[in-house]
Design a protein around this ligand. Structure first.
Ligand code: ATP
Length: 511
């Protein structure tokens, strides 16, 4: 099945099974804003816990913070967001659709890359074990010609971005004959800059309300609290501050479900270091963050690093972690070496000293910062698209979410075989005992087969069935979601069997 069809099915599945709903749906929805349903919120919370504990619990020198969304407006002037938090936009005059000029060109690059990969996959199939990819890349004329096209376009694109040359971005779109996917035409407007921040007013107008912004990233809340945390926590450099919270961006194009939203959530950690050591820390966090992703077991081949074409105004090194979504490799996380830009700017604009006295060097300095920044919603999409699976079985088929058990919203479902003979009571008894440790669900409706399918669809890793034998010898069958195998075990063993699989420690040990 085409990847696009799978993605459509995944979106429909998320709605049908209470994971993600369009915001304000009964009013025909609000574009690029989504709500999380009963299972969605559990999965989201588990993802946040995995991130938070991996930062704050496992690192003695990383502490948490929860700063407010509203902040003093000068913060956004100091951070550069008022002047430079822009995306280049372009409109198609026929469809009236708006696009990000950089994204149109990136997609063009991805198409060329895709052509190269197809050639390689074809040759690999033909030559089998004898295939030498390096040699093939260096000699195959079609690959060479596409690689040259890719490199030329990439170099031109990177230069245009770095020079902030909007006319050149448009010229690239024209030269590459990029068409609007909706109208199919090449009737483009000029490229313009568009600021992504939402603003609102604080205080009543009579008193003279002031314009404030909804934060477009959580990081600034960390920077302006750097001294508070460092002093009150007696933190010694290097140390980090982690925060999870909402961020808002008035995205120009928002068409890929929860990949790009106007209201979303970020998990950011700013790590404060001695100047000159930032690139070493950048490498360390790069490795550490990739491990965090890969520990979930979705396959190493589905991740890659992507170097930025253009460094943000504050960065001296930057890389994205990309995951292979059903619509291709895309960013889930950014790791940036932000230098002392933010703290130095806040010193300048606030007029307060933001320094660290380093007892080892016996001097004060503005710390440098390495940031790791990941979107909760993009991570959610990564998890759910990796987990979504349609399986043909001997007699029928099933849709199953193969979520890592540690992240699954419901850990076990307890199902009485029939609704009488004391089986429901026994099932409730099991839940009443296990609910303190695991999120359990009771289900007695429909045949046992249908109930298994329902649990497969929401990704419950364990189903426990209570039958007549249970009342005689206190045993139940436990069914494993992925293998569908069943096993007879005693009720007293359940806590241990499930606990071993759903304990986050299993993931942390891999980090
Ligand atoms: P993009 O290039 O996709 O617009 P970005 O490079 O602007 O993203 P950052 O500013 O580095 O993103 O933000 C860090 C992380 O926050 C991203 O890796 C992503 O996971 C998440 N994120 C950013 N914008 C959005 C959004 N509009 N919706 C959902 N998540 C987002």
């Amino acid at each position: 099945m085409a990847q696009e069809d799978i993605f459509k099915k995944l979106v429909a599945h998320c709605k049908e099974y209470g994971y993600v709903f369009q915001s304000s749906e009964i009013y025909d929805g609000l574009s690029a804003v989504y709500d999380y349903g009963q299972y969605g919120v559990e999965l989201k919370n588990n993802i946040k816990k995995y991130w938070w504990d991996s930062m704050v619990l496992l690192h003695e020198n990383v502490v948490g913070l929860d700063s407010a969304i509203f902040m003093h407006p000068t913060i956004w002037k100091a951070s550069g967001h008022v002047d430079a938090f822009n995306d280049p936009l372009i409109d198609n005059k026929d469809s009236k659709k708006r696009y990000r000029a950089d994204v149109l060109i990136e997609e063009q690059l991805a198409k060329t890359e895709e052509k190269i990969n197809k050639e390689i996959a074809k040759a690999q199939k033909r030559f089998g074990d004898a295939f030498d990819e390096k040699q093939f890349r260096e000699t195959n004329p079609r690959v060479l010609s596409n690689q040259q096209k890719y490199d030329e376009l990439h170099a031109r694109f990177a230069k245009a971005l770095n020079d902030n040359d909007l006319a050149e971005l448009k010229q690239i779109i024209v030269d590459q004959e990029i068409v609007c996917p909706v109208s199919g035409s090449r009737n483009w407007t000029d490229v313009r800059q568009f600021n992504l921040m939402f603003s609102t007013e604080m205080g009543s107008t009579a008193e003279g309300a002031s314009k404030i912004f909804l934060r477009p990233e959580t990081a600034q809340g960390i920077f302006v609290n750097y001294l508070n945390v460092q002093k009150s926590g007696r933190m010694k450099i290097p140390f980090g501050i982690a925060q999870i919270g909402k961020a808002f961006r008035n995205e120009i194009v928002a068409r890929q479900f929860i990949f790009r939203m106007r209201e979303f959530e970020q998990m950011e950690m700013q790590f404060f270091v001695r100047p000159g050591t930032e690139l070493d820390w950048f490498e360390k966090w790069k490795t550490s963050r990739m491990k965090w992703h890969q520990a979930l077991g979705f396959g190493e081949e589905n991740y890659r690093f992507h170097e930025h074409e253009k460094l943000a105004h504050y960065a001296n090194a930057a890389v994205d972690v990309e995951f292979k979504f059903p619509f291709g490799f895309k960013e889930v996380e950014g790791i940036h070496s932000r230098t002392d830009f933010d703290l130095a700017q806040h010193e300048k604009y606030s007029g307060k000293k933001i320094r660290y006295f380093d007892p080892e060097l016996n001097e004060s300095y503005v710390p440098y910062v390495v940031e790791t920044s990941i979107g909760v919603d993009r991570m959610f999409l990564q998890v759910i698209s990796a987990a979504y699976c349609e399986e043909e079985l001997e007699k029928d088929s099933r849709v199953v979410l193969k979520l890592p058990p540690v992240l699954a919203p419901i850990k076990l479902a307890v199902l009485p075989l029939i609704k009488k003979d004391g089986l429901p009571e026994k099932a409730r008894e099991i839940i009443n005992n296990l609910k303190f440790d695991f999120n359990c669900q009771y289900d007695e409706k429909d045949s046992i087969g249908k109930r298994y399918r329902r649990q497969d669809a929401i990704g419950t890793p364990f189903c426990v069935t209570v039958d007549h034998q249970t009342s005689q010898d206190n045993t139940v069958t436990i069914r494993y979601r992925d293998s569908m195998e069943q096993e007879r075990v005693t009720i007293s063993e359940l806590g241990k069997i499930i606990g071993e699989k759903v304990n986050m420690r299993r993931l942390f040990e891999k980090l």
